[in-house]
Design a protein around this ligand. Structure first.
Ligand code: BJW
Ligand code: ZN
Length: 223
């Protein structure tokens, strides 16, 4: 079994999603800030957005949806959690077998020497942060136009092709290549179950589209 999660699974923990209500920060859309071009133009602005998000995520705790996926991992011999989320709430809930397609907001990376390191402070005291080598640091996440961490999409595709069921939770399924796992699973003959508050571009092709909150539906599904 494979599970693909998106920002919607963390919404009930108080983490704003990207698209829809609460997705904007100071009138900027994520597409305006989550790009290498935006960072090159104005690293201070992009870091202010990340600092605001770090504060919000730092206060958040995993919810019953995250917990249900931990139980599922214990129940199923073959299980892979594929997440687009960078918030670390799956880790905090106790998920172990996990692919983080879009990186981790709690890691930093140097734009000069390439070294990377963890930093879990809710707010960074000085923006923009720098590496020991003096180079500008960036969040350890994947922005639009950047490749996913090496080999990770292949691992996600492999897990999807092996799975008899793909459970898709809380993603608008608009960002690629992550969203491509949904038609891939269908083509490979897997059953696809979607859990979302609203329809997505794939609602028509999935086997079962459950409309509702992940924190309510997932615990019932796992029972
Ligand atoms: C609930 C709920 C509740 C709420 N319960 N549900 C093919 C076609 C078209 C475009 C492309 C393509 N291939 C690539 C592209 C370009 C681009 C892309 O996809 N663009 C589209 C927007 C058109 N993709 C990329 O650039 C990717 N890279 C790439 O392709 O590289 C190629 C390359 C190869 C070699 C060299 C160079 C390049 C990278 C994509 C990176 C995405 N990054 C972000 C930011 C991460 C860092 C950060 O967090 O700051 O990732 S963008 C943002 O979107 C974030 C998310 O992970 C991602 C997905 O969002 P998600 O999770 O779906 O959230 P929302 O908000 O959209 O949806 C929430 C859903 O939850 C909603 O449906 C709600 O209804 C629901 N919901 N409450 C259940 N309680
Ligand atoms: Zn450095």
């Amino acid at each position: 079994m494979a599970v693909l999660t998106g920002a919607g699974i963390s919404a009930e923990s108080g983490v704003p999603t990207f698209r829809g209500p609460g997705g904007l920060w100071k009138d900027y859309k994520p597409e305006d800030l989550a790009t290498p071009e935006a960072f090159a133009r104005d690293p201070q602005l992009v870091w202010e957005w990340y600092n605001w998000r770090r504060e919000t995520i730092h206060k958040a705790k995993p919810n019953s949806g995250h917990a249900a996926l931990v139980r599922l991992e214990i129940q199923k011999p073959h299980f892979t959690l594929i997440t687009q989320n960078v918030d670390g709430l799956h880790d905090m809930a106790g998920s172990g077998r996990m692919l983080k397609l879009h990186g981790d907001i709690w890691r930093m990376r140097c734009t000069v020497c390439g070294s990377n390191w963890p930093d879990r402070r809710a707010t960074l005291p000085k923006l923009p942060p720098h590496c020991g080598c003096g180079g500008l640091a960036r969040p350890g996440v994947v922005w639009f136009g950047e490749p996913l961490p090496e080999g990770m999409m292949q691992e996600a595709e492999h897990a999807t092709l092996e799975a008899q069921v793909l459970l898709v939770v809380g993603t608008s399924a608009q960002v690629y290549p992550a969203a491509s796992l949904i038609p891939l699973a269908k083509q490979a003959g897997a059953r696809v179950i979607q859990v979302n508050l609203e329809p997505t571009p794939y609602s028509e092709i999935v086997d079962c589209a459950l409309e509702g909150a992940a924190g309510e539906i997932l615990p019932r599904l796992v029972e």
